[in-house]
Each structure stands twice: as C-alpha cells, then as structure tokens.
Design a protein around this ligand. Structure first.
Ligand code: GDP
Ligand code: MG
Length: 487
C-alpha cells in the first residue's frame, strides 16, 4: 500500500484540503493578488469584478456564471484585520452614480467576496460545501519592484542607481540630485539634515521619471513613490551615494548611516511585505497600461518588458534566487492584462493581445522563472465606449464613441464632459515585433489617439432594473483566475 510519506508536499496539501472539505470545517479560500503600477487600473478592475459577480453581470466566458451554477456572491468580513479594506461601495458610487473614476489608492487593501455555487460534478458536490471565499488583495506594483533590492547591499544599490540615472533618458532629470550627491563626502559625520536633503532630491528625481511622458520605468525604492504609512520614518529617509567603490563605511559616518537605513528598509519594509502578502497569494493578475507604452515608443516598450521580467521572477523565484528562502506557497497562475482596451476598436483587440503575448513571452524567457501558467488578455474592466463607423469619402472608418472627460483635448477641441463624440483611435501594428522597432520615418504623431472618457451610463431594463457595468473580456480574465475553483 502506498504510504502517505511518499506523497509530494503538493499532493499532501491537496489531500488535506479534500479532507477539510469533507468534514465541512473549512471553507476553501483563494487569495487573488491584483497589482500594476499606479493608474494601471487596479481599483477599477476590482470594483468591476465584484460588481459583476454580485449583480449577475453578463459574463458568457465565465463558465460557472454562464451555466447558472452561481447561487449568489456577497461581501464578507476579510480575514486580515490589520489590512485596510478595499473601499468597494465608495468606488462603485463614484462609477455608477456620479459617473466619475474612483480615486486612486496609494497602499495595500483587501476585500473578501464569497461565492456560493453548485459544483458541476456529482463527486465535487458530495465533498464541497459549494462555497468559495475569494480574498482580493490590491497592492502597488511599485512595491513589487522593490524585491530585487533584497539581493543587493547598499554599495550595489548605489552603483546601480547611479548607472540608471546617467542613462540618456534620465541624465537631465537626475542632474540636480547627482550634483547634490556629488557635493557631499560619504565619510563626513552622519547628520540628519544632510540625509533628509539627499533623500528629498533623490525622491524628487524618481517622481520626475514617473511623471515623464516617455513612460520611463519605475525605479526603486518603491516606497519613495508610494510611501504607504511609513512616510518620514528613518527606514524611508536614505539615498544612494556616489563614489563608494571599494570603500567600507566608517562608524559614525554619513555612509554608515545610509547603509544602516538601506538595510532597515530591506528588513522592515520589503521582507514583511513579501512574506505577509506576496508569498501568501494563490493567483495573480498584473495590469499593464500597454497602450501608454506603445504611444511613448520602443524604449518605453522595452522598459515595460524589463519590469515584467522582474515581476515574474518575484512570483516564482527559481532555485538559488534571493527570494526562494522566503516563499512558502507558490502562485500557479498569472494573468498579464492590458487594460483600457475600450480605447481602441475591437478590430484591434486581438492585436493588442498579441503584443502583450509577445512581451510576456520575452519576459518569461529572460526571467528566472518556471512552473506557473501565464496567460494574457486585452480587456477593459469598465467599458466607457461603444463602437461605430464614420464615412470619410468612400472609406468607412471604425470609430469609438464616448463622452470625453471635461478638459480633455483633441487638436483644437476641448471637451466639456457632457458631449458624446466619435474618435478614430488609430491602428495598432499588425506584427507584434514591430513595437520594439524604431519606426522607419520618425513621426511626431503617436500611433494611437488617446482621450480619457467618462464611465458609461448604465442601461436599465424595461422593468427599471439597472444592469451591471459593461466590460470587455472581464469574463475571460475571471475564468482563467478562478474558474477551476468553481468546477
Ligand atoms: N476607459 C477605461 N478607463 C479605465 C479603465 N480602468 C482604468 N481606467 C482609467 O485609468 C485610471 C486609473 O485607474 P485606477 O483603477 O484608479 O488605477 P490604480 O491606480 O491601478 O488603482 C482611471 O481613473 C480611469 O481613467 C477601463 O477599464 N476603461
Ligand atoms: Mg487603486
């Protein structure tokens, strides 16, 4: 007879789960991480996902919903008392009642959605309570990009920061900070005012990169851009120093003070975040604003690819990776989602998806990464536009129609936030590889025409029931992320 000890750990966990289910003592739960850089669309995605599940939205590609097996979905008390709750009701009020986009969040938050369903198989119906708790964790992608710092000491960090700051795209933005940093001697006695001064100018440079329209990738430390609740603490008041090669920090020096704070940042900020949040996730969606990168050009696309490579490495660190000792549970499915696809015509959706596929494949090939299934999707969590065609001469142009936000402009025209308008958004390249190439004739026109639209007006049925938020391919995303748990 096979003994239990021959089971692999994973089989054992599966066995435990089945036993737990059979005794009915345990409701299965699934932790879904939602990340992406700020403004990628995390808040909108979570709000739309929950709203569509609670209100029985149109989700034909989400099998459990299509086949009518979902009895109900409702919000419950979240399992972690120390994590802020995702402000679902507030965000939905903004979207649905006021037709404005919800305010962006700047830290981590969590929401538990419980789904009652009938299993498709008789076997599962016998063992499962037909109840799944989905714990959705929203956290800034900026924090994730900090993880590589765990593999560095203060000297490495300083050297790398200087290297990145002197790349052509960044020299101008970093000039002020480099001048200040070059004017202090690392061996001078430690002094709080100097530390503060260096930190301020370094953080200002990081913010300038973030705001730059060339869509430069985000540089660590992530909390310098998204501090959360640690703003002003010593662990967040440091900066890289130039010219440390081969030098050891003298006790009491500025160098030593910065080094200690950098180590504190790793110990008190990065590690707990990774251990308490990232390492506990079962599934992950990474939202990327691909269209913004496409508009900014090939350098921004390569930057995005680099960020994806780093992110994938964090989710499934391979053997010998600096994170491998910190991981208990491993993410087995990752969805990379290009958001805001409602800005382009559906004829371009497959092209957008092919571009993301290409980015993901290149990132997977380069990352120290294996074992998780990665899929991609081009989607809009909330669809703010409809489609139409406009005749121009003999040509029929595919257009999108929506209400641009007040103050948005195209050419000479400025919109008032009330008027609907048709826009020809432009075409994405047919061959995904082209997005990495510099266009033959450099033109000033970005490839896509971009306006931000107001959230849509919700339609009502004849009986006056408000329908759920419209979307593009949100159901596909759901099927990949949680479909198998409801089988
Ligand atoms: N049209 C459209 N705009 C979106 C969508 N998702 C996000 N946005 C836009 O992107 C902005 C940032 O989204 P948000 O969810 O707050 O980003 P977060 O910082 O990642 O939480 C919003 O204010 C919207 O203008 C979408 O599905 N469709
Ligand atoms: Mg947010």
């Amino acid at each position: 007879m096979a003994s239990l000890t021959t089971f692999s750990d994973e089989a054992r966990i599966a066995f435990d789960t089945l036993a737990d289910r059979a005794t009915g003592l345990f409701h299965p739960s699934l932790r879904l991480g939602v990340t992406g850089l700020s403004r990628a669309g995390k808040t909108v995605f979570i709000s739309a996902l929950v709203h569509n599940l609670i209100h029985g939205g149109r989700l034909p590609m989400f099998e459990a919903q299509r086949s009518g097996r979902i009895a109900r979905a409702f919000l419950e008390h979240q399992p972690d008392d120390a994590v802020p709750r995702f402000q679902y009701e507030m965000h939905i009020d903004a979207l649905v009642k006021e037709r404005i986009w919800p305010e962006s969040t700047r830290a981590i938050s969590e929401l538990r959605l419980t789904i009652e369903y009938e299993s498709a198989s008789a076997w599962n119906r016998m063992f499962s309570a037909g109840r799944l708790s989905l714990d959705i964790v929203d956290y800034p992608g900026e924090w994730l990009l900090d993880l590589p710092l765990l593999g560095m000491d203060y000297g490495d960090f300083s050297r790398q920061a200087l290297e990145l700051a002197t790349l052509p795209a960044r020299t101008g933005l970093s000039a002020k900070w480099r001048e200040i940093a070059g004017s202090v001697d690392p061996a001078t006695p430690a002094d709080e005012a100097t530390a503060q001064w260096l930190f301020e100018s370094f953080a200002a440079y990081l913010r300038a990169c973030k705001e730059d329209e060339r869509a430069l990738s985000t540089l660590p430390p992530g909390r310098f851009l998204m501090p959360g609740d640690l703003e002003g603490s010593p662990a967040l008041t440091f900066a890289p120093l130039p010219g440390l090669e081969g030098k050891r920090a003298k006790p009491g020096s500025l160098h030593a003070m910065m080094e200690r704070r950098f180590e504190a940042y790793k110990t008190h900020v990065i590690k707990p975040f990774f251990r308490e949040h990232v390492a506990r996730l079962d599934r992950q969606i990474v939202l990327v604003d691909t269209m913004q990168a496409l508009n900014a050009g090939p350098a921004a696309v390569s930057d995005l690819e680099r960020a994806l490579t780093e992110i994938l490495g964090c989710f499934r660190p391979g053997r010998g990776h600096f994170l491998s000792g910190l991981v208990a549970r491993r993410i087995d499915r990752i969805l990379i989602a290009a958001t805001k696809a409602d800005h382009i015509h559906h004829e371009s959706h497959d092209r957008l998806q092919a571009i993301v596929r290409r980015l993901a494949d290149r990132a997977i090939a380069r990352a120290s990464f294996s074992g998780a299934t990665v899929d991609v999707v081009a989607m809009a969590a909330v669809r703010a536009t409809r489609e139409g065609t406009v005749n121009r001469g003999r040509e029929k142009l595919p257009v999108i129609i929506g209400t641009p936000l007040a103050g948005e402009t195209i050419g000479e025209e400025t919109f008032d936030g009330k008027t609907e308008t048709a826009i020809f958004p432009g075409d994405l390249p047919e061959k995904p590889a082209d997005v990495f190439k510099q266009p033959a004739a450099a033109s000033d026109e970005p490839p896509l025409r971009f306006v931000r639209f107001r959230p849509p007006r919700l339609e009502r049925t004849a009986e006056g029931v408000t329908l759920s938020l419209p979307h593009i391919r949100l159901d596909r995303a759901l099927q990949f992320l949680i479909g198998d748990y409801l089988a």
